[in-house]
Design a protein around this ligand. Structure first.
Ligand SMILES: Cc1ncc(COP(=O)(O)O)c(C=O)c1O
Length: 416
C-alpha cells in the first residue's frame, strides 16, 4: 500500500476560520433577524476599478483574434508586466531587474512553495502571531517536530507583542548549528495580523544578521501598498545588502482587488546564494526559476494585462482611491475603538486593527461577546499563534456603512 507524507498528520486541523463560521452560523440560526457584520476575513469588497477592467477586456479580445491570440506564455510572466514591476521598484528606491521577478497566481502559493528549494534541515524562524501558511508548509515539508501547546517542535517562534512593539527580536549572531541560529526567516511587514510595520533600523539588523550568518530572509510585503506614513520601508531592497539575503513577495490581491482574479509576484535577486550539501554556493534564483518552469505554467495573459494596468497613471490613481477607502475604514475602526476605551494597534499602515482584549478574557471569549452583544465578527488573535492570545483582529476590508455601524454598536453596547 502506498504511504502518505506523515508530516501532514502533524498539522493541526484547519481550525480558525471553520470554527468562526460554525459559531456565526449557530448564532444566526438562533437569532434569524440579527444583522451580522463581518470584519473577520481579510477579503476585499470593492469591485475591480475601471482601468483594470478595460485592460482585461482588451486582452480578452486579443485572445479572440487569430493574430493576437496567445498560447502558453513565459512561466516567469510577460515582459510588459516584468518591466512595469521593475519600474515600480525603481520608483520606490530599489533596484530589481525584470528577470529577477516571477509573476504568479498568489503570494499564498509563493510563500508556501518557496521552502521547497531549501534543505529540510534548515532551522526556520517565524513570528508569533504569524500568517499560518509559513508554518503549515514547513510542517508538511518535515522541518518541524510534533505540535505541543500550540507550537511545533524545532520551529523558532519570535514573539511579537505590545511589549516589544510587535517587532521581532534578532537572534544572537552565531555560526550554523549554534544555539539560537536560524537559516530561513519569515518576516511580514506591514504585518498580518498585527498591522505593525517593521522599522528601518530593525530591517537593517535583520539584513546584517542574514549577511553574517548566511540566513535567508523571506520578506512578505503583500500589504506594502497600505503604508501611508512617509519614510517607512516599502521593500526590503531599500536596505543596503538585502539583495544578497532576501526574497520578497508581493501581491495584487489587496493592492488592486485581485483576491478572486489572482496575480502576485516574487523577487529572487541574482546575488542571493545558499549552500548545497557539498558546501558550495548556489544561486537561489536559478533554483526558483527551475521550480517555477517545472511546476507552474504562468498567469493568463488577460490577468497579467489587468495587473500591468495598475502601473499606468489611471490605474494607479484608481487603486490608490480604493486603498484610501479601506484605510479610512481602518481609521474609523481604530479611532472608534480608542474612543470607546479599547487599546488598539495597527490600522495606520495596514488594513488590520489589532486590539487588546479587555480584562483577562481570552480571544475566543471576546469573539463570542462581540458576536452576541454587537453582532460583529472578528478574528481571535490566538488563531495566529499563542502570543496572539488576548488580542483580536478586525479587518478594514468592508463597506463603509457596515464599518460605521459595527463601530457604533461596539461603542454603545461593548464598553471594555
Ligand atoms: C501576509 C499575507 N501574505 C500573503 C497573502 C496571500 O495573498 P494572495 O492572495 O496573493 O495569495 C495574504 C492574504 O491574506 C497575507 O495576509
Amino acid at each position: 500500500m502506498a504511504k502518505i507524507n506523515s508530516h501532514y498528520q502533524k498539522l493541526q486541523a484547519g481550525y480558525l476560520f471553520p470554527e468562526i463560521g460554525k459559531r456565526v452560523r449557530a448564532f444566526a440560526a438562533e437569532n434569524p433577524s440579527a444583522k451580522v457584520i463581518r470584519l473577520g476575513i481579510g477579503d476585499v469588497v470593492l469591485p475591480l476599478p475601471g482601468p483594470v477592467l478595460e485592460a482585461m477586456r482588451a486582452a480578452v479580445d486579443e485572445m479572440g483574434g487569430a493574430d493576437t491570440f496567445k498560447g502558453y506564455g513565459p512561466e516567469q510572466g510577460y515582459d510588459f508586466l516584468l518591466q512595469a514591476i521593475s519600474g515600480h521598484f525603481k520608483s520606490q528606491g530599489a533596484h530589481v531587474e525584470p528577470d529577477e521577478i516571477f509573476v504568479s497566481d498568489g503570494s499564498k502559493c509563493d510563500t508556501a512553495n518557496i521552502q521547497e528549494i531549501f534543505a529540510t534541515d534548515n532551522v526556520v524562524a517565524v513570528t508569533d502571531p504569524v500568517y499560518p501558511v509559513y508554518v503549515d508548509t514547513n510542517v508538511m515539508a518535515g522541518r518541524t517536530g510534533e505540535i505541543q501547546g500550540g507550537r511545533y517542535g524545532k520551529l523558532v517562534y519570535m514573539p511579537t507583542t505590545a511589549e516589544n512593539g510587535f517587532d521581532p527580536e534578532v537572534p544572537r549572531i552565531g555560526p550554523q548549528g549554534s544555539q539560537g541560529h536560524v537559516d530561513l526567516i519569515y518576516l511580514c511587514s506591514p504585518n498580518n495580523p498585527t498591522g505593525a510595520v517593521m522599522p528601518r533600523s530593525s530591517l537593517e539588523k535583520w539584513v546584517a544578521y542574514a549577511k553574517s550568518t548566511g540566513a535567508v530572509i523571506l520578506f512578505d510585503a503583500a500589504y506594502e501598498a497600505f503604508i501611508t506614513e512617509p519614510g517607512l520601508v516599502r521593500t526590503i531592497y531599500e536596505i543596503p545588502g538585502a539583495r544578497e539575503v532576501a526574497i520578497e513577495f508581493r501581491s495584487f490581491s489587496k493592492t488592486a482587488g485581485f483576491t478572486g482574479t489572482r496575480c502576485a509576484y516574487t523577487v529572487v535577486p541574482k546575488e542571493l546564494m545558499a549552500l548545497n550539501d557539498k558546501g558550495e554556493k548556489v544561486a537561489v534564483h536559478g533554483l526558483w526559476n527551475r521550480r517555477q518552469t517545472t511546476k507552474f505554467n504562468g498567469v493568463s495573459y488577460p490577468i497579467q494585462k489587468a495587473a500591468a494596468s495598475i502601473f499606468t497613471e489611471a490605474g494607479s490613481k484608481a487603486i490608490r482611491e480604493n486603498i484610501a477607502y479601506y484605510m479610512e475604514n481602518a481609521a474609523i475602526i481604530r479611532e472608534g475603538l480608542k474612543a470607546a476605551g479599547y487599546t488598539v494597534y495597527g490600522g495606520v499602515n495596514a488594513p488590520y486593527i489589532w486590539m487588546k482584549v479587555p480584562g483577562n478574557s481570552t480571544s475566543w471569549d471576546f469573539f463570542d461577546k462581540l458576536l452576541k452583544e454587537a453582532q460583529v465578527v472578528g478574528t481571535p488573535g490566538s488563531g495566529f499563534g499563542s502570543c496572539g492570545e488576548g488580542y483580536f483582529r478586525l479587518s478594514a476590508f468592508g463597506f463603509r456603512e457596515n464599518v460605521l455601524e459595527a463601530v457604533d454598536r461596539i461603542k454603545k453596547r461593548m464598553k471594555p
